[in-house]
Design a binder for this molecule. Structure first.
Ligand SMILES: NC(=O)c1ccc[n+]([C@@H]2O[C@H](COP(=O)([O-])OP(=O)(O)OC[C@H]3O[C@@H](n4cnc5c(N)ncnc54)[C@H](O)[C@@H]3O)[C@@H](O)[C@H]2O)c1
Ligand SMILES: O=P(O)(O)OC[C@H](O)CO
Length: 595
């Protein structure tokens, strides 16, 4: 048995029978003859493990013949889950205590070390060793084993310099696992996952990863970033070709995830920006969200439905979310903010981040500001309305909260356990603020979300006007009227909660100004008119996979208004729809305003 197998065996024991694990560790550390000891443990070690509560399945396979390749260790999911499902929110029983729900949640996880993408130029033996040492790194820094990722990613990680496994003395192994043991008595920290890795998704991953490194008292350092994986060609003359270099150039395309984890750059969607090494690209969405207490949704809004379906029931029940998505969803029932959609479909509270933010500028650390709307659910404040503990002892738990429209939400919340740092404005401020990114926290989720979504319609109109040859003054007229329609829309359909002050925020006028002068919806609509082609055609040919949100938002919002016969109240929105559909000409815009 190779030493790495020994260690994993030990780790499994540790997770389930902590006292027994400690004993094994001590024996391994001090034994002068570890191989004899291993034989002993093989007989007397596995049996006590199987007797541990919850233990169901344990297997080591070495099919590749390269030392340990895979370990599967799972506990009874159905058993633990049914326990938490049985819990009535008001139950006082020990089993239904919020803390016990949390424990059962963490223990239903399956731990896996497997299938690390192997950078093409790495000798396989090195990969095996690095793979193992990367798991050591994670064990000492987090409460969970890592998602599959590149070994190189870990080996170059600034917070965890990686020794080669073969050179790790047993005392080091013991102390590494020892720090894991110590960490079990530490307070848990928030684990952050970014869902999406486009232009803005990658930028926000950079922002929050810098912050998690800076605030280890609040956050786990590593930030998972879910990547919609795709093949990246390595063509002669490309920067990737040069970076792989020489004889190690892969024969075919490589996956984007591997490129990000190897070179710490999203070469497709955020080229030229080095991502912090604690951004971990992960192509497996369910794996990426597992164990995360903070989910940051950041992808084009048209994919949100599919994403929510995939992670339903897979997130921690007390996870919280921030949506950076600019868009809305419309169906036969009406219009929904993306944050509302996430809340209803994933079952967790969701706030919104929006502002006058061009991703490439923030990624280059050029200063700007933004707005985050978050109404901290009362049950997360660790006090109920009478001032008693809400989730420290299971009494007085507040499971309902007011949704974005000020109504009692259909989604019942599981409070963030009291062991975690309280997830309030202060924590989100620390997570998203950088010296180059000023965050203003507010509570108006409606205003922040609608400002971000609807300004894209206005930005397209500005692109049309400018592409037609009209001047800045004409564009200003469109921006002013556009803002009037946004405010009217918010007041008409979300009157309960929208706040006038939000329009003065970065998420209000700030976003309007930058979107109509520098952002993609403006730029490519202008190009479409100048070239005499449709905006969709420009999106297909010029954006290299990036998405314009304005066209689909125009269609969604206008269909919602058509269904209510309200076209006359929103002439600018309607004009944009008409131009996109080819039923209205750009030169008709002034007449449409007069009518
Ligand atoms: N880019 C910006 O400057 C900026 C700034 C602020 C807000 N936003 C908003 O952020 C959100 C995300 O925008 P972005 O710029 O990061 O994205 P982007 O325009 O770069 O979009 C491409 C992303 O979509 C993903 N994708 C493609 N097909 C997919 C599929 N079938 N399923 C799931 N994902 C798929 C791609 O992998 C890629 O990550 C949008 O709502 C946008 O309005 C963007
Ligand atoms: O590039 P756009 O048009 O998607 O807009 C980017 C941001 O929303 C501007 O704040």
């Amino acid at each position: 048995m190779r030493p790495n197998q020994t260690l994993i065996l030990t780790e499994a024991v540790f997770w389930n029978c902590e006292s027994y694990g400690i004993l094994v560790l001590l024996l391994l550390s001090y034994s002068p003859r570890p191989f004899l000891l291993l034989g002993f443990l093989g007989v007397f070690g596995v049996f006590p493990m199987t007797a541990c509560p919850g233990f169901r399945f344990y297997k080591i396979s070495d099919s590749a013949g390269l030392g340990l390749r895979r370990i599967f260790f799972e506990q009874s999911q159905s058993q633990s889950q049914s326990k938490s499902q049985q819990c009535h929110p008001k139950s006082q029983s020990q089993q239904c205590h919020p803390k016990s729900q949390f424990r059962s949640q963490t223990r239903t996880t399956s731990y896996r070390i497997s299938s690390f993408p192997l950078p093409h130029r790495w000798p396989r033996a090195t990969h095996s060793d690095s793979e193992f040492s990367s798991s050591l790194c994670r064990l000492s820094h987090t409460s969970r084993l890592p998602a599959p990722t590149s070994a190189r990613n870990f080996s170059s990680s600034s917070h965890c310099p990686q020794p080669q496994f073969s050179s790790i003395p047993s005392s080091t192994l013991a102390s590494t696992l020892g720090s894991k043991m110590a960490s079990t008595s530490e307070k848990p920290k928030h684990k952050v996952t970014v869902i999406g890795s486009g232009n803005w998704g990658s930028t926000i991953a950079k922002v929050v990863a810098q912050s998690t490194s800076e605030h280890p008292e609040l956050f786990e350092t590593d930030v998972q970033m879910w990547v919609y994986d795709e093949k990246i060609p390595i063509t002669p003359g490309s920067s990737l070709y040069d970076r792989y270099g020489g004889a190690t150039i892969p024969d075919g395309p490589v996956m984007l995830t591997e490129v990000i984890n190897t070179f710490h750059e999203n070469v497709k969607y955020l080229p030229g920006i080095e991502l912090p090494h604690n951004v971990i690209a992960n192509p497996n969405l369910v794996d990426a969200v597992q164990g995360a207490t903070i989910l940051i949704f950041n992808l084009p809004h048209e994919f949100i439905d599919k994403i929510c379906k995939q992670i339903q029931g897979k997130t921690l029940p007390f996870a919280r979310a921030i949506s950076c998505i600019k868009g809305v969803t419309v169906d036969e029932h009406g219009i929904e903010l993306i944050s509302e959609y996430i809340e209803e479909n994933v079952g967790i509270y969701c706030g919104a981040l929006s502002g006058g933010n061009i991703a490439s500028e923030i990624a280059n650390e050029q200063w700007c500001d933004t707005t985050i709307a978050y109404n901290t659910p009362p049950c997360d404040l660790h006090q109920d309305t009478n001032g008693s503990s809400s989730n420290g002892n299971g009494s007085g738990v507040a499971y309902t909260h007011k949704n974005a429209r000020g109504q009692p939400s259909k989604t019942k919340l599981v409070p963030v356990p009291a062991e975690y740092p309280t997830l309030d404005h202060d924590v989100f401020q620390k997570l998203f603020s950088r010296p180059y990114f000023t965050v203003n926290m507010v509570s108006d989720v409606v205003g922040v979300s609608l400002g971000g979504a609807l300004k894209n319609i206005v930005a397209i109109a500005c692109g049309f006007v400018e592409g037609h040859g009209w001047s800045n003054s004409g564009k200003t007229a469109v921006m002013r009227r556009g803002m009037q329609e946004i405010i009217k829309f918010a007041n008409e359909f979300f009157p309960e909660t929208v706040q006038e002050a939000t329009w003065q925020e970065s998420a209000g006028w700030g976003d309007m100004i930058v979107s109509c002068t520098a952002a993609r919806n403006w730029k490519y609509s202008k190009m479409a008119v100048e070239r005499g082609v449709s905006v969709q055609e420009i999106e297909n040919t010029e954006l290299n996979g990036q998405k314009l949100q304005g066209i689909s938002t125009t269609r969604d919002v206008c269909s919602f208004l058509h269904a209510r016969g309200l076209e006359g109240n929103y002439p600018l929105f309607m004009a944009v729809e008409g131009i996109v559909d080819g039923t209205v000409n750009v030169e008709d815009i002034p007449r449409l305003f007069r009518d």
